[in-house]
Design a protein around this ligand. Structure first.
Ligand code: AMP
Length: 510
């Protein structure tokens, strides 16, 4: 475990030196040992310093999953820079917004990203290094590593200084930059290592994107600290990943609900032998009870669901040994306090819905450039999660929905997730997303976007089904079909896009 006041890089480097020649990350193209990773990170730091990068400067990193991405991540941190991980799939407009907000001094980008966004980066005066073929005057990453300068000493910063600037996913609004300190990240990862019995004996399959707190903040850092072997899959493909779990004798997997959904819907002839698997973890969005049950039936594992956010790291988890309760996010992890409160931040009794407040060493430093949003989100160390949930009498917590997704129709509160769960129980429904649409009389009405299954049902049949399982005010007034739901890179449904699609349907039919 890291020492109390260590920086993230000091802790990771100590771990790399401890684990030395052992294989650390197995990418499809090549493997890296802990020692190789540490050596390359030092050379990256030397190269960046020669380019003029300085401690505390922000450096954006935006590339598809590849070995260089990890080296760049550790190299920037070695120099004491603040890393800004960005989704390589961002469009020019999205990227322009984030780059103007983050204002990084430099960027390390993949070749496709350099080709697509080179002009934008240049116009913003951001120095670039390209993973792949260089785009002069920008050097290539390989050139950067091959410069002969000796690695500088690892920057000795303070543990409460910023280490990472992660952009939130922005499924309900504009993305915000969440600044996490070294201590935030380290304390957040270490409690998971303990809670999930993560060790150097694990063989971890990592198929999550490496620009988000889940895959990078937890996955990569946990793997380095424990010294386990990580098999990296740049893109999740259910059939291939399932085969990989068995072939590589994996023991640990972290996924989002959409991945588990795909795994339970594989054709019946796919392998079911999970070799030495010991733990499947799910988070980042609610795991439907139907998926939890289907997964247990098919693969014999009870998925461990956990909860967290970019601003807090992961804070609540079902227990490793105790009951893994479907539909629940479990109990606060050690070192985490959770309150469930009303609008005035008064605690509500068990069983009553309220907003979850989180207090812990891992609560972030604040939103970059947004002091008002920070003051609104954090008071007295308590982070207002924006999630409505409730505490059961035995302490287990449940999430009902995002506060911003709440639909208020004729004065009644409706949690879209409840309506979605009812729709998913119908055989004619593969998936569903529910939002509120404006209504002159009721304020809002419930509207559903449904992805039909093979045994398709009509809208009337689904509305009748909802009528049998939901109180009148919760029943959808509008229901439309779509081939898929709009989702972000973490598999979360984009509520704003759903609202837009449904509003378009409504106006088309008006
Ligand atoms: P992000 O900052 O992108 O990680 O998003 C954090 C948000 O994801 C939380 O505030 C929740 O709304 C949602 N979330 C994460 N884990 C869960 C979970 N297990 N169940 C329901 N929602 C979740």
């Amino acid at each position: 475990m890291a020492e109390k006041d260590q920086t993230l890089q000091a802790a990771l480097q100590a771990a790399c030196l401890r684990h030395g020649q052992r294989e650390a990350f197995r990418f499809p193209e090549r493997s890296l040992s802990f020692a190789e990773l540490d050596d390359a990170a030092g050379r990256c730091a030397a190269g960046l310093a020669a380019l003029g990068a300085r401690p505390r400067e922000r450096v954006a990193i935006m590339a598809p999953t590849c070995p260089e991405l990890l080296v760049a991540h550790l190299g920037v941190q070695w120099l004491g820079g603040v890393r800004v991980p960005l989704n390589p799939g961002l469009t020019g407009d999205e990227l322009a917004f984030l780059l103007r907000d983050a204002a990084p001094a430099a960027a390390i980008v993949g070749e496709p990203q350099s080709a697509a966004h080179g002009a934008l980066l240049q116009s913003l005066g951001i120095r670039c290094v390209v993973i792949g073929a260089a785009a002069p005057p920008d050097p290539s990453f390989a050139e950067l590593l091959s410069r002969a300068a000796p690695a500088p000493p690892v920057h000795q910063g303070r543990a409460d200084e910023p280490a990472l600037l992660f952009y939130t996913s922005g499924t309900t609004g504009r993305p915000k930059g969440a600044l996490l300190s070294h201590r935030n990240v380290l304390s957040g990862v270490e409690r998971l290592i303990n809670a999930w019995r993560w060790s150097g004996d694990d063989r971890f399959l990592l198929a999550l994107p490496l620009f988000h707190v889940h895959g990078l903040g937890v996955g990569v850092h946990g793997a380095l600290l424990t010294g386990c072997l990580t098999i990296v899959r740049p893109r999740f493909r259910a059939a291939e990943d399932l085969a990989c779990l068995a072939r590589e004798r994996c023991t640990l997997f972290m996924g989002v609900p959409a991945m588990y959904y795909d795994l339970v819907h594989l054709p019946d002839d796919q392998a079911r032998d999970l070799g030495r698997m010991r733990l499947f973890i799910s988070g980042s969005a609610a795991l439907p009870i139907t998926t939890f049950a289907a997964f247990e039936k098919r693969y014999g594992h009870r998925i461990l669901e956990r909860y967290g956010a970019t601003e807090t790291m992961l804070t609540i988890s079902n227990p490793y040994d105790g009951e893994r309760r479907p539909g629940s996010i479990g109990l606060p992890l050690p070192g985490v306090e959770v309150r469930v409160v009303d609008e005035a931040w008064r605690d509500v009794p068990n069983g009553t819905p309220g907003e979850l407040l989180i207090r812990s060493e891992s609560v972030f430093l604040g939103y970059h450039n947004l002091p008002e949003a920070t003051a609104e989100a954090v008071r007295d160390g308590w982070f207002a999660s924006g999630d409505i949930g409730l505490r059961e009498p035995d302490g287990y917590l449940r999430i009902l929905d995002r506060k911003k997704n709440l639909v208020i129709s004729g004065g009644f509160n409706i949690y879209p997730a409840e309506v979605e769960n009812v729709l998913r129980r119908h055989a004619g429904v593969r998936d569903a997303a529910v939002v509120g649409l404006p209504d002159e009389r009721l304020g809002e009405v419930v509207a559903a976007l449904v992805v039909p299954s093979e045994s398709a049902a009509t809208a009337e049949e689904l509305l009748t089904f909802c009528g049998a399982h939901l109180a009148r005010y919760k029943q959808p007034r509008r229901l439309h079909f779509a081939p898929d739901l709009p989702r972000n890179a973490m598999g979360k449904v984009d509520a704003r896009a759903v609202r837009r699609l449904l509003a378009e349907e409504v106006s088309r039919q008006a």
